[in-house]
Design a protein around this ligand. Structure first.
Ligand code: EPU
Length: 340
């Protein structure tokens, strides 16, 4: 294994910010992972596992070891008349996994087509799109527990999935490195009602075939209008979480803004649309400090020419303040910040 030194974090994260990573190593097997963690611990350095860097923003230097998890595997474990179960290595490119499962005629991840990054990152923020989320298909995952130095199997309950969250996003419970995920897919296609923008697309194109292949063909077209191409424009996808508020807060806001999008959430709460709030606050296309609210989707922050993490922090605090002033809601960042 080759430990590279002083690598710009801007080359490892799609927001293309940050300083230097002291060490970077690519691993392709669990054994490599153990060695890499040992390398860091012997030197008293922290370590952090990165997939595609599309949901992590780096602000400054990282004085430890960045481990690029490229452990591959793609294996059918079981099949019955309605389902098929696959074990997938954490380092498999997510969209290629979706492609292979769709080619096998399986449903469960087709609406998550076109999401950047690697399979092992999907449980971290409970990735979801257009009505599907990874928590719906994940049956278990295998992880290296760095506190016990053992491979462990975690159930979805162990992962404590909620909207864009899991135990892996919490620094205090973050001692697992995901090695593989096991997904149970269905042989029955998705059924209506569909997520609004997906339904709109299907209606506009008079599509009534809901096969995984058809949904996989539709989703990238919807995404292309709303999300920048990471090859041309630096961003980390949705930059804010959709806020979840008490019903009383949502009702009060609906009195003032009757058109405000809102969805019921567990525990007598409502999920609101951060993109709508930012948009209504007049911040669509807002640009400062080298960053810009993406003109086609106010939920996305793009990095045009920011020089440092400080620029991003300033920009973020301006957006949060304007939205708080107008709606009384404090937006939270969705991508993780790489610890320093
Ligand atoms: N909206 C606006 N203006 C905007 C953006 C959105 O008015 O500039 C409104 C939309 O019209 C809609 C509502 O806000 O009524 C919600 O928008 P949309 O359905 O496009 O979804 P989203 O909340 O913007 C979420 C995920 C996306 C995922 C889409 C589709 C989060 C933080 N984001 O976006 O995930 O692709 O739903 O399922 O939950 C990501 O996490 O990086 C990501 C791209």
């Amino acid at each position: 294994m080759q430990y590279l030194e002083n690598i710009p974090l801007s080359t490892l994260t799609t927001m293309r910010l940050g300083g230097l990573a002291r060490y970077v190593v690519k691993i392709t097997a669990t054994e490599d992972l153990k060695q890499a963690i040992q390398f860091a611990e012997e030197r008293g350095l922290p370590w952090f596992v990165l997939g595609g860097g599309s949901n992590v923003v780096a602000l400054g230097d990282y004085r430890g070891l960045i481990i690029l998890n490229r452990i591959t595997a793609f294996k059918k474990l079981r099949e019955d008349s309605d389902t098929a179960t696959y074990q997938i290595g954490a380092g498999e490119v997510w969209d290629s996994v979706v492609e292979r499962l769709v080619q096998a005629g399986l449903s469960g991840v087709e609406a998550m087509s076109g999401i950047p990054g690697f399979a092992g990152s999907t449980p971290i923020q409970n990735v979801g799109a257009y009505g599907q989320e990874i928590a719906d298909t994940l049956v278990e995952l295998s992880a290296f527990d760095s506190s016990s130095q053992r491979l462990v199997t975690l159930s979805p309950d162990d992962c404590a999935f909620t909207y864009r969250n899991s135990i892996f996003k919490n620094p205090e419970t973050r001692h697992h490195v995901i090695v593989s995920i096991t997904l149970r897919l269905s042989k029955i296609p998705m059924q209506p009602p569909f997520y609004p923008s997906l339904q709109q697309y299907l209606t506009d194109h008079q599509l009534t075939d809901y096969s995984p292949a058809q949904i996989r063909a539709a989703v990238p077209a919807i995404r292309a209008e709303r999300l920048p191409d990471l090859n041309y424009l630096a961003s980390a996808g949705s930059f804010f979480k959709n806020p979840i508020v008490q019903a009383s807060v949502a009702y009060e806001l609906l009195r003032r803004f009757p058109d405000m999008p809102h969805w019921e959430a567990p525990g007598q709460q409502f999920k609101l649309a951060a993109g709508w709030l930012i948009d209504q606050a007049g911040l669509r296309s807002y640009s400062a400090h080298g960053l810009q609210i993406y003109p086609h989707n106010a939920l996305v922050v793009t990095n045009i020419s920011a020089q440092s993490g400080e620029d991003l922090l300033l920009f973020k605090s301006e957006v949060v303040a304007v939205v708080r002033e107008m709606f009384g809601i404090t937006l939270e960042q969705e991508p993780e910040t790489l610890p320093s």
